[in-house]
Design a protein around this ligand. Structure first.
Ligand SMILES: *[C@@H]1O[C@H](CO)[C@@H](O)[C@H](O)[C@H]1NC(C)=O
Ligand SMILES: *[C@@H]1O[C@H](CO)[C@@H](O)[C@H](O)[C@H]1NC(C)=O
Ligand SMILES: *[C@@H]1O[C@H](CO)[C@@H](O)[C@H](O)[C@H]1NC(C)=O
Ligand SMILES: *[C@@H]1O[C@H](CO)[C@@H](O)[C@H](O)[C@H]1NC(C)=O
Length: 502
């Protein structure tokens, strides 16, 4: 009915189905630079927001998590858009099921949460390659996150698909999206390419209109803001609890002398790496700093409000190489499973000092069941099951190919060669230049010999007869998501030579 009325009013092009604001033309969102606050519908506005990544929560649970966030007193949520999650192969897109970002935005809107959209192209996020698709590495010399022409043409194609989808969800068009972030923590990257940021700024305005509030986020230090901020993109900062809030916001003032104070990533916990204990950040430190931030009228986004899970192979890694585990719990106020925690109630209490807390019940923690013992049955070794695992058969090559050359972006690749001669004495098998990315299980005629691992073990001794099969099963443990080594090729070794057997 609403849709019909709007059509009659000639406004339908502005409003996707399900977005309910009949007065789209009166809705506005902007910045008041004289008074240092945001303007929503012409009135002063400050947001208290929390991060949730739709890619880390199954669609089935989106509504439950968003409701819990609403009930904590939040005005807004913040989410990243992982490019590689949607454009798995060049020009092949998926926006359905768990990837249905439009449905996610509609749910947020229905629940009464505004959205701060972090559209990339790069997002970091402890996500594989920081959200950049691995297939970008088909051009081996590509300079990611720069004015590299091949990089830009891929960005332009992707943004030409994503941003028109997002446009109807902008606040001024009747949707929940009040602000759109360009790139992410660009000041932490080595390239410092202002032309690239300018290019993105133009591209975003081209697709979203001139009215949209575009912003950047960088670490709260002069050093980061130098290359991360750009005239025309509102510069915000991120910083952790426990520090000097005044000093942190002073760094934002270095780039934005006037306008609202914004911490776009106020850390409620911290990320994990494999082999390290789960990160825990005490609630009282967070509650105290949150109170300080809110008391000075600043805007804040809590990163994460719910972390969720790195399903499949979507985790990233940091350098020196350390991959993140499947869990992205983050010690956030809502647990990985979406459960209410003491931290949730403590932060809700702080928020309640500044925002009206919604009436009504908070959705309860979901019941847990004991599923009993799970028994594992051995079906065979990788070598024995090759015909099932790789039905199209092997790819033959003189030199080992990278995962990207094989268009096998995730998981495992088995590299097989034969011994050129008898090695009856223990013979070293090297991984030159720390080149195994990331972990390799070595066997000879099916007999395990040892493991090579990036940054940990570059040499093992093997033995075998001339003609024996040398199998090196290489595991991609997640592409680096932060910093200069973002162009993380997965491969057997950097020199693309055969494993070295003297
Ligand atoms: C798209 O993504 C959804 C949700 O993750 C998945 O179920 C579906 O199989 C994908 N579609 C294609 C064509 O890959
Ligand atoms: C916090 O930083 C401000 C600005 O740099 C400074 O004036 C103040 O003394 C600092 N407070 C503390 C407790 O260090
Ligand atoms: C390898 O050793 C076997 C005996 O174990 C011998 O029969 C064979 O000729 C040797 N092959 C080469 C290439 O040296
Ligand atoms: C490899 O074998 C050589 C010669 O037997 C030995 O000196 C060396 O310690 C071994 N290295 C490893 C890593 O096992």
């Amino acid at each position: 009915m609403l849709r019909f009325l709007l059509r009659a009013a000639g406004l339908v092009a502005l409003l996707p189905v399900g977005l309910g604001a009949a007065t789209a033309s009166q809705r506005s969102f902007g910045i008041n630079y004289d008074k240092d606050y945001f303007l929503k519908d012409g009135k002063p506005f400050r947001y208290i927001s929390g991060s949730i990544h739709y890619s880390r929560v199954p669609r089935y649970y989106w509504k439950d998590r968003l409701l819990k966030m609403k009930m904590a007193g939040l005005d807004a949520i913040q989410t990243y858009v992982p490019w590689n999650y949607h454009e798995f192969k060049p020009g092949v897109y998926n926006f359905s099921g768990d990837r249905d970002i439009e449905y996610f935005l509609q749910l947020a809107n229905e629940i009464g949460l505004l959205v701060i959209l972090r559209a990339g192209p790069y997002i970091c996020a402890e996500w594989d390659m920081g959200g950049l698709p691995a297939w970008l590495l088909e051009k081996e010399s590509i300079v990611l996150r720069s004015s590299d022409l091949d990089y830009l043409s891929a960005v332009e194609r992707w943004m030409g698909v994503l941003l028109p989808k997002m446009k109807p969800y902008l606040y001024q068009n009747g949707g929940p999206v009040i602000m759109v972030q360009v790139e992410n923590e660009y000041g932490s990257y080595f390239a410092c390419d202002y032309d690239y940021l300018r290019y993105l700024q133009k591209l975003f305005h081209h697709h979203l209109g001139d009215e949209v509030v575009l912003f950047t986020t960088d670490g709260a230090s002069k050093h980061y803001l130098r290359c991360g901020a750009l005239q025309g993109l509102y510069a915000t900062v991120d910083f952790a609890p426990g520090g000097n809030v005044t000093a942190a916001f002073l760094t934002q003032r270095g780039s934005e002398p006037r306008g609202p104070l914004v911490n776009s990533e106020f850390y409620t916990g911290w990320l994990d790496h494999w082999g390290h204990p789960h990160s825990v950040v005490p609630t009282n430190t967070i509650a105290k700093t949150l109170d300080e931030i809110l008391a000075r009228g600043a805007n804040v986004n809590m990163y994460m409000f719910i972390g969720g899970t790195n399903f499949a192979y979507w985790n990233g890694a940091n350098m020196p190489y350390a991959s993140q585990p499947t869990s992205y719990d983050y010690d956030a106020p809502l647990s990985e499973a979406g459960d209410l925690t003491d931290k949730y109630f403590a932060l809700r209490e702080v928020i309640g000092r500044y925002n009206h807390l919604p009436e009504g019940p908070i959705p309860p923690t979901t019941p847990k069941y004991a599923y009993g013992r799970v028994t594992m049955e051995k079906l065979g070794t990788v070598a024995e099951l090759l015909d099932d695992l790789s039905p199209s058969g092997p790819i033959r090559s003189t030199y080992p190919l990278t995962f990207v050359q094989l268009q096998q972006y995730f998981g495992f690749v088995l590299y097989r060669t034969t011994f050129p001669k008898n090695c009856s004495e223990p013979t070293p098998l090297f991984s030159p230049l720390n080149g195994v990315h990331d972990r390799a299980y070595v066997s000879v005629d099916g007999v395990p010999q040892g493991v090579l691992e990036r940054g940990k073990s570059n040499m093992i001794n093997i033995t075998g007869k001339a003609g024996a099969n040398l199998d090196v099963l290489v595991e991609n443990m997640g592409r680096v998501n932060y910093g200069r080594y973002n162009n993380d090729f997965k491969l057997l070794n950097h020199e693309r030579t055969l494993p070295f057997i003297p």
